[in-house]
Ligand binder design. Structure first.
Ligand SMILES: [Fe+2]
Length: 224
């Protein structure tokens, strides 16, 4: 039986260019996803498994919404907690990895911004454990576009509820505000707290790339 979860506290509502009201309303929405996840888990305990089917069954409906709500909780927690910094260019180990995999910080930002303009839900800078490379992944919903065995490092919410109070339909202004509030220390903390990726399930064909000229802790991502 899956455990009940509790909402994590908001890291801060004091951001640059994003109002406390905008963040607080968004946080209240996140808490609803926490409640919904718990209700789904409770309902799943007694769901009818005998009559489960792919057309319609209460079990199927619960399982679909489980992925929607639980992913929403995870993504929102990552989003709220990667804000609260001073933005600017990436620092530390994530800067080294961005330079290695995107060429430069500006090249990464250009691609992340394009994804932010294109997505209907989320953009996730993630380290993929299988090709051992950073990617800007795009999700059109909480549970649509998820890439398995990829570790989320920086998460951007582009649902309208994330910016409509402050910016109306001007998503570009919201993206500027998002970049101005990124907490790169938090991104590096996620990088450092991440255990070494498990070995890939299939052998990688490509030859290893040159080692990264970076601080020692980046060695968790050594190509092996
Ligand atoms: Fe959101």
């Amino acid at each position: 039986m899956a455990p009940q979860i509790t909402a994590k506290p908001l890291k801060t509502a004091r951001l640059q260019g994003i109002s406390a009201n905008q963040i607080q309303q968004h946080y209240e929405l996140y808490k609803r996803y926490v409640d919904t996840t718990n209700r789904i888990r409770t309902a799943l305990n007694d769901a009818d498994r005998e009559n489960a089917n792919p057309n319609y069954s209460p079990y199927r409906a619960l399982k679909v919404e489980e992925s929607y709500s639980w992913d929403a909780v995870k993504l929102h927690e990552l989003y709220f907690w990667n804000l609260g910094g001073n933005g600017g260019a990436a620092t530390g180990r994530i800067r080294n990895l961005i330079n290695r995999d995107f060429g430069s910080f500006n090249d990464w930002k250009t691609d992340f911004t394009a994804a932010g303009k294109s997505a209907r839900g989320w953009v996730v800078l993630a380290y993929d454990c299988d090709d051992k490379t950073l990617h800007n992944y795009l999700q059109d919903a909480h549970n649509l576009g998820v890439i398995w065995r990829a570790i989320p490092l920086l998460v951007l919410d582009v649902y309208e509820h994330a910016y409509f109070i402050d910016f109306g339909i001007d998503r570009a202004k919201y993206l500027d505000a998002f970049f101005a509030n990124i907490d790169w220390e938090e991104i590096n903390r996620r990088l450092g707290a991440t255990p070494a990726c498990p070995p890939p399930t299939t052998p990688l064909d490509e030859p290893p790339r040159p080692a990264v000229p970076a601080s020692p802790s980046v060695t968790i991502y050594n190509k092996k």
